[in-house]
Write a protein that binds this ligand. Structure first.
Ligand SMILES: [Zn+2]
Length: 258
């Protein structure tokens, strides 16, 4: 059993529907704010952080993003020091999921082999890809891979008792989700396999697509892995703050999912 938390570290209010949904959207210019989170599973077998956010420096460089507070500080407020994190699971390698990796030098890093292969492969320089990932973060991962602390998986894997990763693809080639056993049942950190509840609950794909049928399969997989629909945790949805109770003293920064 794990306690599972979503830690909100940034948000972007000047964001519209058209940025977020696949295909033509008649309401493309309607406001559609986005939140940025990492997730922490705290249990007797250890602490697993899902994703590593982006840094305040990155927020300043990219503009528009309002950085609230380092997820490392919020984690500390939950009683977990950075060196107490045993594993950092990377759902995928977009810049908003890799930025604080260097703050967890003791942790094993877990990702799908196909994800690292993509971002070190022949297409990384094309189109929007250089903007979607942070080359310095990818370079850091490549360097750390030589130390043996990067674990590259091919598919599903039980990382710790009651905590497993599941390769789904769709959004990126090696997109993976994390299932966590909690007192309320199995929760699924969808991360960007379901940015918003509207993606999964209305079966409406997100705008950044690697493989569309795989994205639909990912929606199905996330639903099937979760013990109940309430235990699906969307990756970027401001509704996460409404659906789950705030951690006392960390209102706006952390909610307890289970
Ligand atoms: Zn993201």
């Amino acid at each position: 059993m794990y306690e599972l938390y979503a830690l909100r570290y940034a948000h972007r209010d000047a964001s519209v529907r058209g940025e977020h949904f696949y295909g033509h959207d008649p309401c493309a210019l309607d406001p559609y704010p986005i939140d940025y989170y990492v997730w922490a599973a705290i249990g007797e077998h250890g602490v697993v952080l899902v994703d590593a956010g982006f840094t305040e420096e990155t927020a300043g460089r990219r503009g528009n993003r309002h950085y609230l507070r380092s997820p490392v500080d919020t984690l500390a407020a939950l009683g977990v020091a950075a060196d107490g994190v045993g594993h950092v699971v990377l759902s995928h390698l977009h810049y908003d999921h890799t930025g604080h990796l260097r703050d967890f030098p003791e942790a094993r890093i877990v990702l799908q082999r196909s994800e690292l292969a993509f971002w070190t492969g022949p297409h990384a320089h094309r189109g929007d890809y250089p903007h979607l990932a942070d080359p310095d973060d990818i370079a850091y991962l490549v360097r750390e891979n030589f130390t043996g602390r990067v674990r590259q998986l091919d598919g599903d894997h039980e990382l710790l008792p009651g905590l497993s990763v599941h390769h789904v693809g769709g959004h990126t080639p090696g997109m993976q989700v994390v299932r966590v056993r909690t007192a309320r049942g199995d929760a699924v950190v969808a991360s960007d396999a379901g940015h918003f509840y509207d993606n999964i609950e209305a079966d409406r794909p997100y705008g950044i697509v690697d493989h569309l049928p795989a994205m639909y399969d990912a929606f199905d997989r996330v639903r099937a892995l979760a013990g109940s629909p309430e235990l699906v945790v969307a990756g970027h949805d401001p509704l996460v703050l409404e659906r789950y109770p705030a951690v006392p003293g960390l209102e706006g920064y952390a909610v307890r999912i289970a």
